[in-house]
Write a protein that binds this ligand. Sequence first.
Ligand code: ZN
Length: 133
Amino acid sequence: MNELNEETRCEIVKSIKAEYDARAAFGLGKYGITLSEHYADIFKRLQHLKEELMDATLYIEWTMIKMSDQETEKQKLISDIETIQFELSSVCQEVEPCVNVVSKIETTCGNCENPIGNNFKFCPHCGCKIKYE
Ligand SMILES: [Zn+2]
């Protein structure tokens, strides 16, 4: 069994092989010859490689700037959320005493002053009709 000739199970390797095939087909269509048929001396080959590496550094820089912009945007969103949380907290502190007052009115029988459930029409302790103001 020759393992080198076996089809890989790795989807990443399969994907990149497909891209090599597509680039080879594109190059053959564009230049009419394969890379192995193309003559270039060692300096021309190194010049091609240098230019490809220069392009690679541009792609790295482009991606890093994009990531940096996204991180800045993310930090701005986090800051906005923290501001909203703080403002909501302030509103809750202002509203809480009012809620407590309303809650007290609604949960105490005006006749026997025993606690009752919200929206009860009659007191379960004394049977008195509950009046809501
Ligand atoms: Zn009562």
